[in-house]
Design a binder for this molecule. Structure first.
Ligand SMILES: *Cc1c(COP(=O)(O)O)cnc(C)c1O
Length: 359
């Protein structure tokens, strides 16, 4: 250990942060991070390989990833200047707060929700106002949210929400747009699992303060690639384009993302299988003694059960099955978040759970 007093040197708002550690114990079955555990469709795998091999590495990337923006814009029925690509949705979230947060400004969130919103806000010296969801059904108090948002610069809601699984009522987003002056981010990281019509991207054209975040990390099974994007008004996209790390999206990620988005139809059967498996798994988990399960429109399920932390440790240590423990988190006592895997993985989880609970 050095005796450097780094706490005195680091910016005060950044002191005390710890490196992110998702506590990934290597396990045979990893259902802890909401990744897509299905194999890539064969044709996609082939095309990805070709694209990666054919991409020279000696040249800098296109900073704004315009080929990818065009592919995403065509998919979503918007223009290139409505799309901003980032090194994962996380980078876009950080840049949103870097650009629109700051001293004397507030971000409104609706916990339990994705914790990065709050972390990034704090790093950007932005106040965080929490409008807690109903402790039983995790619904949002629309009046309380609108009242908080009316005093804030930016609101982040998640649809489907991580980790509780539900979609936001579009009427709430409508109220945020009509009854406040805040920027409104709808984080749709999991929306592909929610079925047709769940996305609010079609609203973008009529609502310049609405922004929708998407990612290739979940439905597209590319969490390791680091590619997310925002669909928003061109003025918002311009601000973010100007302040981002210029080469954050590397040439391999851009090339692979173009292939994946172009082949998006190939992922439909994978997503359909995960959705069908989710419903089967939900039924089985809800039938376990003493459990409570919330409906999910995403690729994971939130399960409350007695001694959840202990159950999670035994699943990991005795059965090599990893799920995410949220029992430490406010509002989520005794809750585990379980990613929906392949049929085999889900069955293995259920067998392991039955054994752990039987003893
Ligand atoms: C996974 C996730 C994201 C984005 O993840 P990236 O891998 O950084 O694209 C954003 N929001 C929520 C709620 C998520 O769960």
């Amino acid at each position: 250990m050095s005796n450097l007093n780094v706490e005195a040197l680091v910016r005060p708002e950044l002191a005390g942060f710890e490196p992110y550690d998702p506590a990934f114990t290597p396990c045979d079955v990893n259902l802890s991070a909401n990744e897509n555990t299905h194999e890539l469709p064969q044709r996609v795998r082939q095309a990805l390989g070709d694209a990666l091999l054919g991409t020279p590495l000696n040249r800098y990337p296109d900073p704004l990833a315009n080929e990818l923006r065009d592919e995403l814009a065509a998919w979503h029925g918007v223009q290139r200047n409505n799309v901003l690509v980032g090194n994962g949705g996380d980078e876009v979230l950080f840049n949103l707060l870097f650009a629109f947060g700051g001293t004397g400004r507030a971000l409104v969130v609706t916990p339990p929700c994705f914790e990065e919103y709050k972390n990034f806000a704090k790093m950007c010296n932005t106040d965080v106002v929490e409008v807690w969801r109903d402790p039983v059904d995790f619904s949002i108090d629309a009046d309380a949210l609108v009242a908080a948002a009316a005093q804030a610069h930016i609101v982040m809601v998640t649809s489907p929400n991580n980790p509780t699984g539900g979609l936001i009522d579009p009427a709430i987003v409508e109220r945020l747009l009509f009854q406040t002056d805040a920027l409104v981010l709808v984080d749709e990281a999991y929306v592909e699992f929610a079925g047709e019509g769940a996305s609010l991207i079609p609203w973008i054209a009529d609502h310049p303060r609405l922004m929708v975040l998407r990612t290739l990390s979940k439905a597209f099974a590319l969490a390791g690639l680091r590619c997310g994007y925002l669909v928003a008004d061109p003025a918002v996209v311009n601000v973010l384009a100007a302040i981002r790390q210029i080469y954050s999206e590397d040439v391999l990620a851009q090339a692979a993302a173009v292939v994946a988005v172009r082949a998006r139809e190939e992922f439909a059967p994978v997503v359909a299988d995960i959705v069908a498996e989710r419903e089967v798994l939900a039924q089985e988990l809800a039938a376990l003694p003493g459990t409570k399960l919330w409906p999910s429109s995403a690729n994971f399920l939130l399960l409350r059960m007695p001694r959840a932390a202990e159950v999670r440790a035994r699943l990991r240590d005795e059965h090599s099955v990893l799920v995410r423990d949220f029992s430490y988190a406010k509002g989520l006592s005794d809750c585990l978040r379980i990613t929906v895997g392949t049929h085999e993985e889900n069955q293995r989880l259920l067998r392991a759970l039955a054994q752990v609970m039987g003893r």
